[in-house]
Write a protein that binds this ligand. Sequence first.
Ligand SMILES: NC(=O)c1ccc[n+]([C@@H]2O[C@H](COP(=O)([O-])OP(=O)(O)OC[C@H]3O[C@@H](n4cnc5c(N)ncnc54)[C@H](OP(=O)(O)O)[C@@H]3O)[C@@H](O)[C@H]2O)c1
Length: 428
Amino acid sequence: MRIGLAGLGTVGGGLLQLMESGRLGGGALRVAAVSARNRARERGVDMSAFRWFDDPVELAADPEIDVLVELIGGSDGPAKKAVEVALARGAHVVTANKALIAVHGAELAALSEKHGGKLLFEAAVGGGVPIVKALRESLAGARVMSVSGILNGTCNYLLTEMESSGRSYADVLADAQRLGYAEADPVMDVGGFDAAHKITILAAIAFATQPDFAHCAIEGVDAVTLTDIRMAGKLGYRIKLIAKAERIDDAVALHVRPTLLAFDHPLASVGGALNAAVVEAEPVGRLTFIGKGAGAGPTASAVAADLIDLLAGRAGPAFGRPLAELAPVARATPKERGRFYMRLLVADRPGVIAAVSDRLGREGISIESILQMPSRDAGPVPIVLTTQPCPREALDAAALHIQQLDAVSEPPRVMPIEETDASPRLWT
Ligand SMILES: NC(=O)c1ccc[n+]([C@@H]2O[C@H](COP(=O)([O-])OP(=O)(O)OC[C@H]3O[C@@H](n4cnc5c(N)ncnc54)[C@H](OP(=O)(O)O)[C@@H]3O)[C@@H](O)[C@H]2O)c1
């Protein structure tokens, strides 16, 4: 099987190293041609045996290539064009590009079905963690109720570092950028978009719907403060960026947001740059996957697994079922109900807590716990509270009233508390 490799960066370089031994696929897999931007760049691998293309779209069009491995990235531009050109001539495509699959997955799957080339993307979600294949194949006979996970290693690293070092978000991010753990432009990661691409893909496979990225509600970690982390810790919770897709009757709720998890929650102890996913399915129960979600080796190994599946003739439809069997949209607008965390910055004077409690009470919301840090000066002080189970709508209404109080100096910050099995459902 002749491979055209577009993109020779972290993952592309990792794949070349993995293939150098020649053992992959019993020697039946061979890189025939490559493409990247800069031909002169030293890649640590002997490139002399590969034909070079400046343009990845020309590489994709080459009839001598049986499978295009797209490791450039980006939902549009040359990556998309190259994948389209390869699929349109019936060649197979293996990609690690979650943005491309989340945004254009349905149209690419259509091209794949029309012309017969397979479209595989194990490496697009969870790096080395085999969650795509598990949902698509191993759980094909189960009814998945929810998939939730820590799907962005950069965000998890930042939150873990803030908690363990007591340093601010800005400090930890600056360090992570210096050390190469975070991109110079970190918005795709810290803004929650990367995790949203990944949960969109998992939701499509888990619930047999077309990928519906536009419907994913996205909040990143950029507004999580050290105060939130400390206060949540005192209340028995750890803050994680949770991407979640949940079946609600015949529709799907899809979101990415910072969430408070009780210390004994299966995702609460997943630290550093690790990725993890928890699948709840009937009649299987709960399954937990944890591992390296990025990096040259783990991601290249997932790409290689797709290549081996192609070689063995094991590859099926991109999202597990033919496009015609996928529901066109996953939209649900469930009314959310649960317990919530609210952080306020207020003037330190008598009557403020009573006024906040009154505004919550008017919406029928009871406070479960409340915590105020001692103030060292005359400035505003943070107060955090957790609620009893209540409708999110009511909490948002109360938050608007609270924001208008003279003593409140910034809009309240609200985060959901993820319930455990014994607790009421978060959505109704
Ligand atoms: N890094 C990870 O751990 C990881 C994990 C999971 C998934 N992914 C996904 O894998 C893909 C690749 O990521 P990466 O980290 O390997 O990226 P990267 O290190 O930035 O490498 C990108 C490669 O694409 C090449 N490239 C960029 N624009 C091009 C163009 N117009 N024409 C031809 N080549 C072009 C670059 O060429 P030059 O080398 O000449 O600049 C480089 O070789 C992305 O979709 C990413 O989301 C990455």
